[in-house]
Write a protein that binds this ligand. Sequence first.
Ligand code: LIP
Length: 266
Amino acid sequence: MSDPLHDELLGLALDIARDAGTMLRERRPADLSVAATKTSPIDVVTEMDIAAEELITSYLRKHRPEDGFLGEEGADVEGSSGVRWVIDPIDGTVNYLYDLPSWSVSIAAEYRGETVVGVVAAPMREEVYHAVLGGGAHRNGVPVRCRPAPPLSQALVGTGFGYLAERRAAQAEVVRALLPRVRDIRRGGSAAIDLCDVACGRLDAYYERGLNPWDMAAGDLIAREAGALTGGRPGLTPSTELTVAASPEVFGVLQPLLEELGAWHD
Ligand code: LIP
């Protein structure tokens, strides 16, 4: 039996993720440039990231004025309803800047600290992924499940890299050691899409060090509701230190290997 609060939060998230995705796709300036940088000269923000976050937070605040917000581009409001929205207005900003198609709008809703709704819109794929806690994962409204597990040597593994040279050097060493032990590596550029690809069986696994809450909040729930396991270092939940998502059998082999390879530190 569905929860009326979850249903309301899902409806709002689906509506505004789709609208923001349409705005980003149809109004992307041909001469889009970098508006600002954050942790390094390659950690960029565009005017469209800022515009999309404003569009999303304004819509949600209009419908649920007592909720809290955490957004990549600065939204940080303590609410009083128990609900907090965790928003990445463009996940895959560098791809969006270069007009590459792998970017998404990621919106999660937490209730009393637990993610209960996750929505990821991938406009250039014409796909919207969603999950409600306990309600399964969906792509364009159709249920999805993670891929039956292959041996690690036949696993297609997604990953990503940070914006600081020292961290990228350490991450390259992990990939160097991992690559001969798996089918192949994919680096898509949007953690939210990578997590949804695990949910849909398009990746056997995904891992990354350095993600922010807004990168992973929605995709983590979608992956788990599709039957994947997610975590960080052994015994820990996904975090900035390390995020791992995979079908259970692949997860059971990959997580200890990433621990051995030091994927959790620079
Ligand atoms: C991106 C992540 C991606 C990571 C990039 C970047 P952003 O988020 O989704 O997985 O590898 O470095 O952090 O910054 O585009 O919202």
